[in-house]
Design a protein around this ligand. Sequence first.
Ligand code: UDP
Length: 244
Amino acid sequence: MKKTDVMGVAFDDMTMDEAADRALALAKDGAGAYVVTPNPELVLMAQKDSAYAKTLAGAALTLADGIGIIYAAKLLKRPLTGRVPGIDFAGALMERLAGSGLKLYLLGAKPGVAERAAANLAERYPGLDICGTRDGYFQEDGPVIRDIRKKEADVVFVCLGAPKQERWMERNGAAAGAHLLVGLGGSLDVFAGTVQRAPGWMQKAGLEWLYRLAKQPSRIGRMAKLPGFLVKAVFWKDKGGEVA
Ligand code: UDP
């Protein structure tokens, strides 16, 4: 499958539907395969931390979530088809999972959030089989892995925030017996209704980051890295775009 290198991280150049179709195939026959959606902050982290770069490289699907990645790819003269926001991708995947007989497990966020998300999602996607939930504030991985195994989950949404969730999926995905794991940051908070998404026009205009910043001004430190990231893209030198 064609991958496009954006400053050291190989992204899958896919539409939302292509990504969801591929994920459904992995949900059936993957063995601990995982999906990541790196934003500029994570690409910068991977440049400094080779272990984390390896974690990202081990993903079966690497989707361009943030508008910053799309801009950087343009600056590198290898534009990507478009954004595939993790939360929308999750929706497209759940549409496909509903009625398929495949089981979904929700892991992450504060106690009670995954349960509320499960109730909302079951209503929104009739036929979706949510086999278990668990909050993301656990001390040991063992009991969580055993629970996912016991519930025979095919797909796990791992919502522990980055970079924790990517490391968790790499380390524990296969042991949990799941076919596919998807790292989805704060998505369970949105599905539960605790956090609102930006209005549609802002999403389309690529301004979701601005909305999140207005709601959570503490994110400024993280977002302040974006301009530097784009400047870095202008001066980036590498051996070309396609890596596989
Ligand atoms: N979280 C968690 N366990 C932790 C740390 C964070 O379950 O040890 C959850 C947190 O409650 C939130 C999500 O992970 O639901 C991170 O959300 P954020 O929007 O910050 O995601 P990011 O932008 O880092 O992907």
